[in-house]
Design a binder for this molecule. Structure first.
Ligand code: PEQ
Length: 323
């Protein structure tokens, strides 16, 4: 198998970083069949609507509709509905939904209310966006990431989005839990896609609340462990490439380093690990570590990173097969 051959690739993805990596992967391997298993732990109900930030970020980014500067939400967005809600005193005001984005959540909520599963709704939304990959939510069941914090209002669990977006992770998380994950079932097609995959890639998504949450759905981790898996480090030189993943890693007692994240995923799951040149000295027992520039500065640089991940995965798979 050559990376240029048609191959089946599964990617576990969160939001912005995952979506940008996927855009690079799609251009690095245009013939590949790419299945994306999307995190739904960040999902939240707002104004009576079901909002799936990570699924939408992947869909908008690959479908050409994303706000490129922000990395999420729609391009050419307006905020009339948000302003009108605020005029009624209806919140929360801290979650920035634009008018175009609202339409997606209205369609999704309407279909869910009619009895369609989230996986079917996502497929229907993708009919419009044609992302060039098959996007499946990790589960059709409700899983919500909650964060335990303690401040002047006392100790309490809040929705991940409230901690992340409203509080900007400024209050330390005492713990993070994917509520509902242990009883959730993988969405239809998730396990079959993993079982059929030539390789599985972990993009530089948040290892705790994105990839960690997907792996927490029973059955997914075990299925992934049977494949050749290569991850791209979301940590460069001791800091997240973007975002505040360090706040999540600290909450679970893991150091913010490329080595610690590889160890968190663990031997038995990860076969190869791409780190930045800044982390060239990183070694992880039992995992093949390679270094190269990992900043996704533009689409061409991102495609090079995706190609390097794929090449490493193919090399490791071949080595495994010849043993
Ligand atoms: C929460 C978010 O996760 P991602 O969508 O990047 O996986 C982040 O770490 O910025």
């Amino acid at each position: 198998m050559d990376t240029l051959d048609v191959m089946k690739i599964v990617v576990l993805a969160g939001g912005i970083g995952g979506a940008r990596f996927l855009r690079g992967l799609r251009s690095a391997a245009p013939e590949a069949e790419i299945t994306v298993i999307g995190n739904t732990g960040d999902d939240i109900s707002l104004f009576g609507l079901r909002v799936c930030p990570d699924l939408d970020t992947v869909m908008y980014t690959l479908g050409g509709g994303v706000n490129e500067d922000q990395g999420w939400g729609r391009a050419d967005e307006t905020f009339t509905v948000k302003e009108e809600l605020a005029a009624y005193g209806v919140g929360p005001s801290w979650f920035g939904l634009g008018d175009r984005d609202f339409a997606t959540h209205i369609v999704r909520t309407q279909m869910l209310a009619a009895g369609y599963k989230l996986s079917a709704v996502t497929e229907a939304l993708c009919d419009r966006w044609r992302p060039g990959v098959r996007l499946i939510p990790m589960t059709d069941d409700q899983v919500e990431t909650h964060v335990v914090v303690e401040d002047e209002q006392g100790r309490r669990a809040i929705h991940f989005q409230e901690w992340w977006v409203r509080l900007r992770a400024s209050v330390p998380a005492l713990s993070i839990a994917a509520v509902g994950a242990e009883d959730a079932k993988p969405a239809p097609g998730v396990l079959a896609a993993i079982e059929a995959a030539d390789v599985v890639l972990f993009p530089p998504s948040n290892p705790v609340v994105s990839i960690g949450t997907i792996l927490a759905v029973p059955g997914i981790r075990d299925a992934v462990a049977t494949r050749t898996v290569v991850g791209v480090s979301p940590i460069i030189g001791g800091a997240p490439v973007s975002g505040m993943a360090d706040a999540c890693l600290t909450a679970i007692g893991t150091e913010t380093s490329a080595r610690a994240v590889a160890e968190l995923y663990g031997l038995g799951l990860l076969d190869g690990w791409l780190v930045d040149e800044a982390d060239a000295a990183v070694r992880v027992e039992g995992i093949e570590v390679r270094s190269r520039p990992l900043l996704m500065t533009d689409e061409a640089a991102t495609a090079d990173i995706a190609r390097a991940a794929l090449d490493l995965a193919v090399e490791l798979k071949r080595a495994e097969e010849s043993r």
